[in-house]
Design a protein around this ligand. Structure first.
Ligand code: 13P
Length: 247
């Protein structure tokens, strides 16, 4: 689906203060002056930075992505953040099911389905993350695992606006990137699932994530099945984020 505009999303995870975030946006803004950017940029700062960065991001055309949300609308859920709260500060997209949420915080397929539905129902776009572990890949289960994550997470999905991120767990933060062929073949698999599942399945951008960096971005983005990148570590430096955006 090379005709889908590519997306480069930076996931800052639990990094950056507001001061650092503002400096990042200023540097990125200077770097973008005079450049013609064909790709859509998104940034996922921590919750505490969202309202402080929304204007700076809007000024240079970057969309705001939240790293997580609650599925409940409101109420006695200490420490949680609703979709309406995120929308209110100018967030347009929400990560759902990042492998760190699945693995470190025990988020289940059922919970993630509810979150994806809450995000979509609240008028925002979920970036639904899927990906297999090293054991699962070595055991030949990668495709089956990703299908299972998609099937359970997207069951009854109410909207038509959705982004998928394929992030093989073994490639996240390890410096070990999936080969362009690994990424391509999984993206083809995901596309088939989406096309069978949804009449609008061909319109869903599928991003690759896992040690994406300036050195491998060009090759990954050259795959017609790769509609963009979800970048962790390399998105913390405005220079490398810019290089990926322009790769
Ligand atoms: P790294 O790019 O640091 O491997 O992280 C990928 C990721 O988890 C993005 O969400």
């Amino acid at each position: 689906m090379s005709e889908l505009p590519q997306i480069i999303a930076g996931n800052w995870k639990m990094n950056m203060t507001l001061t650092q975030g503002r400096k990042f946006i200023d540097t990125l803004a200077s770097g973008l002056v005079g450049k013609k950017l064909a790709r859509k940029l998104l940034l996922a700062p921590n919750f505490t930075l969202l309202s402080g960065l929304v204007q700076g991001c809007a000024d240079i055309g970057i969309g705001l992505l939240a790293q997580n949300c609650a599925f409940q609308d409101a109420g006695a859920f200490t420490g949680e953040t609703s979709v309406a709260m995120l929308k209110d500060v100018g967030v347009g997209y929400v990560l759902v099911g990042h492998s760190e949420r699945r693995q470190l915080f025990g988020e289940s397929d059922d919970l993630l389905r509810r979150k994806a539905q809450a995000v979509s129902g609240g008028g925002l776009v979920p970036i639904f993350c899927v990906g297999e572990t090293l054991d699962q890949r070595q055991g030949g289960e990668a495709f089956e695992i990703v299908t299972k994550q998609l099937r359970s997470g997207l069951d009854g999905f109410p909207g038509e606006k959705l982004i998928i991120a394929y992030e093989p767990v073994w490639a996240i933060g390890t410096g070990q990137t999936a080969t362009a062929e690994d990424a391509r073949s999984m993206h083809v698999h995901i596309r088939k699932f989406l096309e069978v599942q949804f009449p609008w399945g061909e319109m869903v951008p599928i991003l690759y994530g896992g040690s994406a960096k300036p050195e491998n971005a060009t090759e990954l983005l050259a795959q017609p099945e790769v509609n963009g990148l979800l970048v962790g570590g390399a998105s913390l430096d405005p220079e490398s984020f810019l290089q990926i955006a322009l790769a």
